[in-house]
Design a protein around this ligand. Structure first.
Ligand code: NAD
Ligand code: ZN
Length: 250
């Protein structure tokens, strides 16, 4: 199917769907200037994200890990939502049974005005006490950019704080997992901008499929899930989603 036909097919599905769920990944924020992990610009000082985004890396060198997060926070703070975020935000207001699950930690879906975002991997704008000291909340928002001191300290116990994101090897918050699996029970399940290699997020598409959803992938590159979905749209999210939306509005 060519691009135009695929876009029309997705619009037709959405038009008649009673429930729609979108799962987004780093590619949706690429056009806003946020580097993806698996793109060539994702590297920082020659470290792979898998070497930094782990509890072991933090235990070993919290300063190094915070320098990387501080760099990412500074970069993201300058970024604005793009057309892909804007369309998904409009759908969250227009369709009563629309759910958005994101693997992104950048907060751009919220900035675009999306309602009830399920933040699968947490937020780069939240922190928590590394020691989980009894005086501190479970997590809290801290948008200081840059931090005046690295690594930053907990205001409650003066130990270290850590980013409020899910690191490699860490479990997904059980409530977030439950909400995500519930959202996977839908008529149209759409993934956009994810390499589909980070589990358990990548498994949600199989979850949706087994519950009878029509599954769609939007990504300029093929992924391990491309062969398993009902419709593959090999193009950029910020181009495909506005094109689908203009058909929906016509
Ligand atoms: P990834 O970096 O592994 O993959 C990005 C995918 O996006 C690739 O498959 C690429 O082909 C695709 N892509 C690139 N440009 C695109 C575009 N314009 N439109 C559509 N697709 C495009 O990202 P991932 O699958 O989200 O997994 C990595 C993990 O890294 C996530 O769990 C997330 O927490 C984290 N992460 C988040 C951000 C962010 O918050 N913006 C950025 C980098 C990584
Ligand atoms: Zn503390």
């Amino acid at each position: 199917m060519n691009l135009e036909h695929s876009i029309a097919a997705l619009a037709t599905r959405i038009r008649s769907a009673a429930s729609i769920t979108a799962l987004t990944g780093a590619g949706v924020s690429a056009a806003s200037g946020v580097p993806t992990f698996r793109g060539s610009k994702g590297l920082w000082r020659n470290y792979a994200p898998e070497q930094l985004a782990t509890p072991e890396a933090f235990r070993e060198d919290p300063r190094l890990v915070w320098e990387w997060y501080n760099w990412r926070r500074e970069l993201i703070a300058k970024c604005r939502p793009n057309a892909a975020h804007t369309v998904l935000a409009a759908w969250s207001r227009r369709y009563p049974r629309f759910h958005l699950i994101t693997q992104n930690v950048d907060g751009l879906h919220e900035l675009a005005g999306t309602q009830d975002v399920v933040r699968f991997h947490g937020s780069i704008w939240e922190v928590l006490c590394w020691e989980r000291c009894p005086g501190s909340p479970e997590r809290w928002r801290d948008d200081r950019v840059p931090f005046e001191e690295i690594p930053p300290h907990c205001p409650h116990c003066s130990g270290l704080i850590r980013p409020g994101v899910v690191w490699f090897g860490e479990a997904i918050d059980p409530e977030v997992w439950t909400r995500s699996v519930e959202a996977a029970s839908c008529e149209v399940f759409l993934t956009a901008g994810t390499s589909a290699v980070v589990y358990p997020a990548a498994g949600l598409i199989h979850e949706a499929r087994s519950r009878g959803a029509f599954t769609v992938e939007i990504n300029p590159d093929l992924t391990p899930n491309s062969g398993a979905v009902d419709l593959t749209i090999q193009a950029r999210a910020e181009e495909v989603l506005p094109a689908v939306d203009s058909l929906l509005l016509s």
